[in-house]
Ligand binder design. Structure first.
Ligand SMILES: *Cc1c(COP(=O)(O)O)cnc(C)c1O
Length: 430
């Protein structure tokens, strides 16, 4: 199977895309190519590879066959032209911004983001001379007004962590388009099974593969998928992609590689010089995880719907924010943005406040209190005392992680067992 078979369904592609029988051995599963380097045919071959005149394997910081299979699989599932894997979701976010940004440039980002991303964007990127302007992405005029001459990208999550919010990707991509800017969508919580951001106008899609793509809490990994659709040469805003690259004898990435420009830049400059490489063993685990992605996501959604609806009626519960519930103000976006369901992640606000949340989390038995999501196992976290504790209370509230809120990542266990566990813990927390 090759990338040129667009007619296969998602269930077929999640198993076969990128994975051909191993040419050396016929191995059916993708082998873990646990090697640092690759023997050149001869000196001329080596020179061609280093000049990017021929595509091949040089050194595993740049490319590795196991990682390449995963890159192709995720690119196909997202409907992109190419993808670059990297060592974590956070690495993917830096790798996505790196070719676009420069000192003095900014990115316009949604206030509804994973807590770690808020910290990365509001604090750490300043060390590179970059900045982020945070905006409520439901206020389209504010998004448009936040874009200035130094803006180089717009960034949001499809289904936003900690859950319950869905971004109107069609409206946001129209604004980015009008400004001649790429839209970057973090599709971690939705996965390409529930949401395909490129079909809604996204230029780049990033993932923390740590979560649903691997699916069972074994790997830290990330990926940047390029739609291949953005015209990097339409303005002089993206010289890394459109202007001559001194480190490659003046080669112009966009002119030379067309729709694969961003992907080639990500490997030839990004991985080469930033070194945020995914290791082949992690890639192998993620490839195996993706084989069952649609099955798992269907169950995550089914369980989340059942449990969120049950929680909403519990007398210890103040509110449940799950976009799959009719009570959610984002419910009308589900059919358009993530037609197969609103994911497995939501938050619950308890009437008893902060203290009640702590007791609840400590009393749960099947649910684990961990800083992770998107596992086969059900997980829970009190964001305000953990992942979001670096944020001000105002930022916590804006991110959906107020002090009386617990984030729940529903696994694929028996929903009745999960409900019984939540019930006993809620009763102890009252
Ligand atoms: C976890 C997560 C990240 C960061 O990914 P890591 O693999 O932990 O670096 C980014 N975005 C979202 C939505 C996440 O859930």
């Amino acid at each position: 199977m090759t990338q040129e078979d667009p007619n296969y369904g998602f269930d077929t592609l999640q198993i076969h895309a990128g994975a051909r029988p191993d040419p050396a051995t016929g191995a059916r599963q993708v082998p873990i190519y646990q090697t640092t380097a690759y023997v050149f045919r001869d000196a001329e071959h080596a020179a061609a590879l280093f000049n990017l005149q021929e595509v091949g394997y040089i050194y595993s910081r740049l490319t590795n066959p196991t990682v390449a299979a995963l890159q192709e699989r995720v690119a196909v599932l997202e409907g992109g032209a190419g993808a670059v894997c990297c060592s974590s979701g956070h690495a993917a976010q830096i790798m996505a911004l790196f070719p676009l940004m420069a000192p003095g440039r900014n990115v316009v980002v949604s206030t509804r983001l994973y807590g770690g991303s808020i910290t990365q964007f509001s604090q750490t990127i300043k060390r590179f001379g970059w900045s982020a302007t945070f905006v409520d992405f439901d206020d389209l005029d504010a998004v448009e007004a936040a874009i200035d001459d130094d803006t180089r990208a717009v960034f949001c999550e499809s289904i936003a962590n900690p859950g319950g919010y869905i971004t109107d990707l069609d409206a946001i991509s129209a604004i980015a388009d009008k400004a001649g800017l790429p839209l970057i969508v973090d599709n971690t919580s939705a996965t390409p099974y529930l949401c395909r951001p490129i079909e809604h106008g996204a230029t780049l899609v990033v993932h923390s593969m740590t979560k649903y793509l691997t699916g069972n809490g074994t790997v830290t990994g990330g990926v940047v998928v390029d739609s291949g659709k953005f015209d990097w040469s339409a303005s002089d805003k993206f010289p890394s992609l459109s202007a001559p690259e001194p480190a490659y004898h003046g080669l112009k990435f966009h002119e030379t590689f067309g729709p694969l420009a961003f992907t080639f830049h990500g490997i030839a400059i990004g991985l080469r010089d930033l070194g945020m490489t995914l290791n082949p063993q992690a890639a192998h685990y993620t490839l195996m995880g993706i084989e069952t992605l649609s099955l798992r996501m269907d169950r995550h959604v089914e369980n989340a719907m059942k449990i969120a609806a049950w929680l909403e009626t519990h007398d210890a519960v103040e509110a449940v924010t799950y976009a799959g519930l009719p009570s959610s103000r984002y419910n009308d976006r589900v059919a358009r943005i993530c037609p197969k369901g609103a994911g497995g992640l939501f938050t619950v606000a308890l009437k008893g406040g902060y203290e009640s949340c702590i007791k609840f989390v400590d009393a749960l038995e099947i649910f684990s209190h961990v800083a992770n999501l998107g596992d086969t196992r059900s997980l829970v976290i009190h964001s305000a005392s953990t992942t979001h504790r670096q944020l001000s209370e105002e930022q916590q509230v804006a991110a959906g992680a107020a002090p009386n809120v617990v984030r729940i990542s529903i696994g694929i266990e028996d929903a009745n067992d999960l409900i019984a566990d939540l019930d006993q813990a809620l009763n102890k927390a009252k």
